[in-house]
Design a protein around this ligand. Structure first.
Ligand code: FES
Length: 211
């Protein structure tokens, strides 16, 4: 084999018999193809979550906003009790893992009437806890308290707990979870109904109770 046909770093094997040269060549070819294959596999494994992270929100947003999520059978919620459940956020992305789970409090008022509250305090968002004995939701961060119907009882929160829209589908309890209940999005708040403000309008428009 001439020097021009040698692989980089290859020592001279001109003295080898033709069979040994062929074997060495096919071994190098095999190892080269194997390394290309492994690189391609590693590249694919790294690319899938990256592409999912970049494109996931754009692809899922339209389909997820306005989604109704099943919280379970109505039998799971005894009348007069308030229970903590979690559900998979419809706006989750590839790789969210456990963080895609969203907790909420479900209160069953009667056979057909439910209230579902966001678990986050309306002050700064700490998760509130339900105390059945006192029938209060309490926030551990700054002492915010809410009555069993989610309305504000005491502390720094300026309003009640955010509440999901609910509906029954046969034996299933559904909540409207596509839009998370925040001050900027629609959430049912009996005393001061929140108004959905489009981002473009937000700077020039006040909410109904501010007017
Ligand atoms: Fe709940 Fe401040 S976050 S009272």
């Amino acid at each position: 084999m001439s020097n021009l046909l040698k692989y980089p770093g290859e020592s001279s094997n001109d003295s080898l018999p033709p069979e040994a040269k062929a074997a060495a060549h096919s071994r190098r070819t095999f190892l080269f193809k194997l390394s290309v294959l492994l690189n391609a596999a590693v590249g694919t494994v790294l690319a899938v979550p990256l592409v999912g992270y970049l494109l996931g929100p754009a692809v899922k947003k339209d389909a997820s906003v306005g989604a109704w999520v099943n919280l379970g059978r109505t039998d799971d919620f005894p009348v007069g009790e308030t229970r903590l459940v979690d559900f998979l956020s419809p706006v989750n992305s590839l790789g969210d893992g456990e963080t895609a789970k969203v907790a909420c409090w479900v209160r069953r008022i009667s056979e057909q009437r439910f209230q579902v509250f966001a678990v986050n305090c309306a002050h700064l968002g700490c998760p509130v806890r339900w105390f059945a004995e006192s029938k209060l939701f309490m926030c551990p961060c700054h002492g915010g308290a809410y009555y069993q119907d989610g309305s504000r009882a005491a502390g720094p929160p300026e309003r009640g707990l955010f509440e999901y829209h609910t509906k029954l589908d046969g034996e299933a309890l559904l909540i409207h979870a596509g839009n998370m209940p925040t001050l900027a999005t629609q959430a049912s708040c009996k005393e001061k109904p929140l108004v959905q403000i489009a981002p473009a309008e937000a700077a020039t428009r006040s909410t109904s109770w501010q007017a």
